[in-house]
Design a protein around this ligand. Structure first.
Ligand code: ZN
Length: 310
């Protein structure tokens, strides 16, 4: 396997697109579509250079309310495997596959996750209503769930491309070790935060799995749309809560409107703790260009903001 990987690493991407049917050359990477950047990075970890990956929702984009493009339809039509999150996250993906007459299997990476039910009122600041089927789709925010994603992706790649199953197995095994290290780092960082300070405000209910896994309480201003002007009463309620519970920091998010959080910070004296990445990676120059670096960035940002003032 090592030898093959070395040979492929150079020019394999150039002959992409030739892969079709059982007679294809082993050197052609498997065309795979992932719906959004965080998932795409996990596919890349397992697929490596054996996969020619197309990510549909661009970095910083909103997968909940995404409108697929003609280029997306073509990528899906050409794909041998389409990987989605599931749990109602990408309501548009089945329609896209039908419209493009894709014959590729659609695999939902979160299938094995123990799903959380969605908070009562979902507040993403998205432009239209959600259809999550009552489930919280943001399962990747727990590293234990990311391990389940890696295993689902490994199985899907092996089924779509059995000739390289051993390579996918080896890559997945390596990814799982890295995820174990990441999870230990997160737990150690949370343990250093005094228990009574493990509470933050975010604009978007995207951190439920993180909260449950690591014991940091995330409070999102529910019932407040970041689209419309928040009502004075809602904002007053949040401000009262921040002051009463002595919440030290409010966080911005890369996919949500930032004005409400800035207002809450201004009026309570809570600090803006920084920007958390919830539903999208950053670009390659940003602080969260991969899943592992995104999780590391988020916990560092939280830990720094919640550290007691010295
Ligand atoms: Zn979201």
């Amino acid at each position: 396997m090592t030898t093959r990987r070395t040979i492929l690493a150079g020019g394999a991407a150039v002959i992409a697109g030739l892969a079709a049917g059982p007679g294809r050359t082993q050197e052609a990477p498997l065309p795979v579509v992932a719906t959004f950047s965080i998932l795409g990075d996990l596919v890349r970890l397992v697929g490596g250079e054996h996969v020619r990956l197309t990510v549909l929702v661009p970095v910083g984009g909103d997968a909940h309310s995404y409108a697929p493009t003609p280029a997306d339809a073509k990528a899906v039509a050409d794909a041998r495997l389409v990987v989605a999150n599931g749990l109602g996250f990408e309501g548009w993906v089945r329609r896209l596959m039908q419209a493009s007459r894709s014959g590729a299997p659609l695999v939902e990476a979160a299938t094995a996750v123990k799903a959380r039910t969605e908070p009562q009122v979902h507040n993403h600041g998205h432009k239209h209503g959600h259809d999550h089927g009552g489930l919280d789709p943001h399962a990747w925010q727990s590293v234990a769930n990311a391990r389940l994603y890696v295993e689902a992706i490994r199985a899907a790649l092996a089924a779509a491309d059995p000739g390289r199953a051993a390579a996918y197995q080896a890559n997945a095994a390596r990814a799982l070790v890295e995820l174990d290290t990441l999870e230990a780092e997160i737990r150690a960082a949370v343990a250093r935060i005094p228990a009574d300070r493990r509470r933050v405000i975010t604009s978007h209910d995207a951190f439920g799995y993180f909260a449950e896994a690591y014991g940091v309480q995330f409070i999102a201003p529910r019932g407040v749309s970041t689209e419309a002007e928040a009502s004075a009463r809602d904002v007053a309620r949040i401000i009262t809560q921040v002051k009463r519970e002595k919440i030290a920091a409010v966080f911005l998010e890369n996919v949500s409107d930032q004005r409400l959080m800035q207002q809450i910070a201004r009026e309570t004296g809570a600090r803006i703790g920084g920007t958390l990445y919830s539903d999208s990676l950053s670009g390659p120059e940003g602080p969260a260009p991969t899943y592992i670096r995104m999780m590391r960035h988020n916990i560092r940002t939280i830990a720094e903001a919640l550290a007691p003032a010295s």
